[in-house]
Design a protein around this ligand. Structure first.
Ligand code: G1P
Length: 294
């Protein structure tokens, strides 16, 4: 019998997107395009590719457009089909066909742990575990969730994705206290701390926006108090589980990563994807080369 690693993928998308104001007055940050495709569609594709059947978007009042991106678009498709634009029909359909989408509402911005806790009503405890994908983080190439699922099948408990980050940048992340296992890409986690001062960080391995969490996390989220930034942090719920003997491991991802969460790094992601794009890549490369030689 083949065992499904997880059925549900939670995408927290309730934030105000303040770093992208004024655009985010009316356009949710998750819908900003990476070349022509909203970041959240890239993340949904990653979840579907790893076997998820339902995408649970944690949203806040006023951000209905995020889920609407995954709705049926029969009218637009009909218009495009009548004009013979079959390639565009396929592009428009993709989000809807990827995965079933359901939204849950986070009424108050109480933190990532709280946002994940809001998904509890939509996850059957019998699922055992579920994935969380932070839509600000693109982890490249895709596939790390499948590696994490294999680690959970072997080790049990919860599995996260870690990147080795320069120490001077570590204070922006959840940071792991780790020891080696016999697999160089899998480490056992003994503790986790959210946004430590760089000289107090237990390692340079940081959480990178992909989590495979045992459903036991929901009870732990209920038991934590506000932490870094005055918010309910999923990092603190994971640390609580570890202290109670719940196994937690990380898969160290050696590939690339983009942060769509602020304009500076978003531009890098956009340019990186555009350079690889069959229609725009060559011309962009030539323009950039000339521009940088100015
Ligand atoms: C969140 C998590 C943090 C993690 C980071 C990855 O922080 O709280 O543990 O390392 O995402 O991007 P945020 O970026 O929301 O401050």
């Amino acid at each position: 019998m083949s065992e499904r690693a997880f059925r549900s993928a939670v995408v927290p998308a309730a934030g105000l997107g303040t770093r992208f104001l004024p655009t985010t007055k009316t356009v949710p940050k998750e819908l900003l395009p990476v070349v022509d495709t909203p970041g959240i569609e890239l993340v949904a594709a990653e979840a579907a590719e790893a076997g998820a059947e339902q995408l649970l978007i944690v949203t806040s009042p006023g951000k209905d457009a995020v889920a609407a991106h995954f709705a049926d678009s029969a009218e637009l498709e009909k218009t495009l089909a009548e004009r013979g634009k079959d390639a565009l029909v396929a592009k428009v359909r993709r989000a809807h066909d990827l995965i079933a989408v359901r939204t849950v509402t986070q009424d108050q911005p109480l933190g990532l742990g709280h946002a994940i806790g809001c998904a509890r009503e939509a996850i059957d405890p019998a699922e055992g575990a579920f994935a969380v994908l932070l839509p600000d983080d693109l982890v490249l190439p895709s596939g790390v969730l499948s590696t994490m699922a294999r680690a959970r099948a072997e080790k049990g408990g919860s599995v996260l994705c870690a990147f080795d980050i320069p120490r001077e940048e570590i204070g922006a992340y959840g940071v792991f206290d780790v020891s080696d296992t016999d697999d160089p890409d899998v480490k056992q986690v003994h503790g986790m701390v959210e946004k430590p001062a760089p000289d107090e960080a237990p390692s340079t391995f940081a959480a990178a926006g992909r989590y495979l969490l045992d459903v036991a996390i929901f009870d732990a989220i209920d038991r934590i108090t506000p932490g870094a930034g005055g918010e309910l942090q999923v990092t603190d719920a994971i640390a609580l589980l570890i202290s109670e003997g719940h196994p937690v491991h990380v898969v160290v991802h050696r590939g690339g990563r983009h942060d769509l969460g602020n304009p500076g790094s978003y531009v890098r992601a956009f340019v990186d994807f555009a350079l690889e794009h069959p229609d725009y890549g060559a011309e962009l490369r030539a323009w950039l080369t000339a521009r940088l030689a100015d």
